[in-house]
Design a protein around this ligand. Structure first.
Ligand code: BGP
Length: 468
């Protein structure tokens, strides 16, 4: 009995800034990532510094043909990556795009299509051009909507025959937690008011809905989705106070999906704005634009956490959002609590709420892999822990499918090792393919297939039937 639908989109995901490198090549401008050598937890630098692993990444910019070939060997139906905005508009506010940047993505998408692989393209994945951060204070400024609009028109027109699946903003709700990386907002976090932050959110939501509208006009066949960082929060205790606290915490994230899927601001958010003295400046027409709802909802899922009305609870580590640690779960080496059943839960919650097809576009285990000889003169990684993690999560996707949830596909995160987003290190690896590059800058950049490479190949070939 097949749980996974026949046309299920199996694949993997990366983002331009974490893999391409070539940070100044062919006219690319700087992005916010180029001045974040330690990820979100570290300080930003004035200029790019040599220790910033993203400047070289895994050199995907020059090696994409080899990498796409390896993805094809695993049987990928879809490959998620982002367009680096600053390759197309180096500063962000120019009138004319950079042709060399456009050519690169022509070649990349052609290469995917050569193997029958659909590109799934994130339009903005933590890669706001640095100039827009420094001269406009990022998304706090309404002008960003027009710059983004120009950018999406250019890429939609250019790639309309090549790209069918689009995501407007990576983990759009993360702007609340990482305003510089996510929203290009230069104001230090401690000084940033909620008023300015939610105004920036409004601008992104309008820009996202506008992209859906424009995209459908240019590409009637296109499927355009939003992308949300999901981290289900469970009440730490059965106390109604904890339950209500969790509901309010969850609202902060549901808000983004609610606007994208329902086309208007939800009542609980209006209440929050009212009670916190926040007044969103809306221009005539904004509410009309927001009615352009998405075709599907995509999300990342790595972990869950707990919420408590008691603020003294110990906070665990987590993917940008963090909550109270769950005493029943184990954590990865980076402190992210592993919870496969949470994925079934999220899929059901989102489906019940929005009734839109869902796409899991990130999931995976960051681990410090060890390269070993494979007995034939080459190298591999015995990453049984990763296989276990992915297996357990996919079993829960199967359960959600049995629950009747509509799931379009699954792209595991970092299908080839990339530089991590939160800590900007290469040591935290997610891939089926090992890249020989270390955080001290050493390494040949050679690629090696891990044990999970062959495992995932079987999963795809059997359309999930080999998962027990
Ligand atoms: C998400 C981001 C990705 C990615 C992933 C894993 O928040 O969308 O870009 O990197 O998390 O996080 P990390 O790389 O910090 O382990």
């Amino acid at each position: 009995m097949g749980k996974f639908p026949e046309n299920f989109l199996w694949g993997g995901a990366v983002a331009a800034n974490q893999c391409e490198g070539a940070y100044l090549e062919d006219g690319k401008g700087l992005s916010v990532q180029d001045v974040l050598p330690r990820g979100i937890r570290g300080e930003r630098t004035k200029e790019p510094t040599k220790d910033n692993m993203k400047l070289v990444g895994i050199d995907f910019y020059h090696r994409y043909e080899e990498d796409i070939r390896l993805f094809a060997e695993m049987g990928f139906k879809v490959f998620r990556t982002s367009i680096a905005w600053s390759r197309i508009f180096p500063k962000g506010d120019e009138e004319v795009p950079n042709e060399a940047g456009l050519v690169f993505y022509d070649r990349l998408f052609d290469e995917c299509r050569k193997y029958g692989m659909e590109p799934l393209v994130t339009i903005s994945h933590y890669e706001t051009p640095l100039y827009l951060a420094e001269h406009y204070n990022g998304w706090t400024n309404r002008k960003l909507i027009a710059f983004y609009e120009r950018y999406v028109r250019v890429i939609f027109e250019r790639y309309k025959g090549k790209v069918k699946y689009w995501l407007t903003f990576n983990e759009i709700n993360s702007i609340l937690h990482a305003p510089f990386m996510s929203g290009g907002i230069g104001t230090p976090k401690e000084e940033l008011t909620e008023q300015a932050l939610y105004q920036a959110v409004h601008h992104e939501l309008v820009a996202s809905a506008l992209a859906v509208k424009i995209g459908h006009g240019i590409m009637p066949e296109a499927k355009i989705g939003c992308m949300i960082l999901s981290m289900p929060t469970y009440p730490l205790t059965p106390s109604p106070d904890d339950v209500i606290q969790v509901m309010e915490d969850e609202h902060k994230n549901y808000f983004f999906g609610d606007v994208h899927a329902r086309g208007k601001y939800p009542g609980y958010m209006k209440r929050y704005f009212r009670e916190h003295g926040i007044e969103i400046a809306m221009e005539p027409g904004d509410e009309e634009i927001l009615k352009n709802t998405v075709d599907f909802v995509s999300f990342s899922y790595y972990m869950s956490c707990c919420g408590s009305a008691d603020e003294s609870g110990e906070k665990g580590n987590g993917n940008l959002l963090g909550g109270v640690s769950n005493p029943t779960l184990q954590a990865s080496d980076w402190g992210w609590q592993i919870d496969p059943k949470g994925l079934r839960y999220v899929l059901n919650m989102f489906w019940d709420r929005w009734q839109k097809p869902l796409f899991i576009v990130e999931n995976g285990l960051g681990a410090a892999d060890k390269l070993v000889e494979d007995g034939s003169g080459s190298f591999t990684v015995e990453d049984d822990y990763r296989i276990q993690y992915l297996h357990d999560h996919l079993v829960q996707v199967g359960e959600a499918l049995l629950d009747g949830v509509e799931v379009m596909g699954y792209t595991s995160w970092g299908c080839i090792d990339v530089v991590s987003a939160s800590t900007a290190e290469l040591k935290k690896r997610y891939g089926y393919i090992y890249v020989d590059r270390n955080d001290d800058g050493t390494g040949t950049l050679n690629r090696y297939k891990k044990k999970s490479f062959y495992w995932y190949k079987d999963v795809i070939a059997s359309n999930g039937e080999c998962l027990q």
